[in-house]
Write a protein that binds this ligand. Structure first.
Ligand code: NCD
Length: 369
């Protein structure tokens, strides 16, 4: 049964001109109000009658990493609400970043031309750094330019978690107490599951989480502890076959190949030189790279096929279970599964739009009257 929300504007007002950096900024009240607004955005898009809430607003999309859904759904959300989007042609690869410009200077510049900045960056903590740069400029500007974290390395992806929780409630109703939610795959590097496990705990959902991952890719303890400290039970296993039968939601993630080399470089640097990779000089950095790349390739190959949710695996799952995936997928869910009623990941893709429309309207102080 789909959820029906009745959020209040007062809760949403608390998001006005706030940077959106982590799910930790949200409260159950704000989530309820945001989901109510997202639901109304869904209806408006369906009936083709959309308020031009963002008319006169300019949103900058700044992506230092590849993206399809996040980039385009933020663009679509802005434009459907009557706003405009700017970005450098061809992404940051054609901006002055290639000339060595710092993140600070880049953000301060873009903040002069836009009302909000949607930022994706490969370094954990970069969204917070960008927020500090934007704040530093605040004094000189008429209004602050909020940063929306669209994924910071292996850190967080708060807007994805918002739409993931919205999708779960879309399917099971607003009260999801008693559900068992499985996270599968590369839980070490997947920022979407880092944000979602925290958000479930923040929303006081009385759910059980089961983390299924190979030993090398388990959920970092900081997230498990965050959930447990808020009375959310978390089990950890590497045995999908044994665990799948109890799940109401199975959230699948891909193995994040692009993160493996960086992790290997950090590990090798610590063991060979006893210092962080970033603080090494160039010759030492270069010396570590071939071995790091070799180790990363081996690690990826052994993890890549660890779990495949195919029809055989799904035959052991509940009939009412839903299968989520933030996408892109590689080989962890074969396309033949898409016609199974439990495949819910393209509904998740649609919800990207409604949640981001609602969030932009709230952050830019453009809520419907
Ligand atoms: C995810 C991301 O970028 O973290 N994708 C997305 O935003 N929908 C997941 C991934 O890259 O695997």
């Amino acid at each position: 049964m789909a959820a029906v929300y009745s959020g209040t504007d007062a809760a949403l007002k608390s998001l006005t001109y706030q940077h959106i950096l982590s799910v930790e900024q949200f409260t159950p009240d704000v989530l309820e109000a945001l989901f109510a607004l997202a639901q109304s955005m869904d209806r408006q898009v369906a009936f083709g009658r959309i308020d031009q809430l963002l008319a006169s607003k300019v949103v900058a999309n700044v992506f230092y990493e590849a993206s399809t859904r996040t980039d385009l759904s933020f663009q679509s959300a802005t434009q459907r609400l009557g706003g405009r989007v700017i970005s450098t042609a061809g992404g940051v690869h054609y901006s002055s970043v290639t000339k060595g410009e710092s993140l600070h200077d880049t953000i301060k510049t873009i903040a002069c031309y836009s009302d909000a900045i949607v930022l994706r960056h490969p370094t954990r903590g970069s969204a917070r750094e960008a927020a500090a740069a934007s704040d530093a400029l605040r004094l000189a500007m008429h209004s602050p330019t909020p940063i929306i974290n669209a994924g910071d390395g292996t850190g967080e992806h708060p807007t994805q978690a918002l739409l993931d929780l919205y999708t779960i409630k879309d399917r099971f109703g607003e009260n999801i107490d008693g559900l068992t939610i499985g996270f599968l795959g590369d839980l070490r590097n997947g920022r979407t599951v880092h944000s979602l496990i925290k958000l479930l705990a923040i929303d006081h959902c009385h759910v059980k989480v089961v983390c299924v991952a190979p030993e090398s890719l388990t959920m970092p303890s900081e997230y498990v502890e965050f959930a447990r400290s808020r009375q959310m039970p978390v089990e950890e296993t590497d045995d999908l076959q044994a665990a799948i039968g109890q799940m109401d939601v199975l959230y699948v993630t891909r193995v994040q190949r692009e993160r493996f080399v960086a992790q290997q470089l950090d590990d090798l640097s610590a063991s060979v030189y006893g210092m962080p990779y970033d603080s090494l000089d160039s010759p030492r950095k270069d010396a570590l790279r071939p071995l790091a790349e070799l180790n990363a390739a081996q690690e990826y190959l052994s993890a890549r096929d660890a779990y495949v949710v195919d029809p055989m695996m799904l035959s052991q799952a509940r009939k009412e279970m839903i299968l989520l995936h933030p996408l892109p997928r590689v080989n962890e869910i074969p396309e033949e599964v898409d016609t199974d009623d439990r495949a819910y990941y393209f509904r998740q893709v649609q919800n990207c739009l409604y949640i981001r429309m609602a969030l932009l309207a709230a952050v830019l102080d453009c809520l419907p009257l």
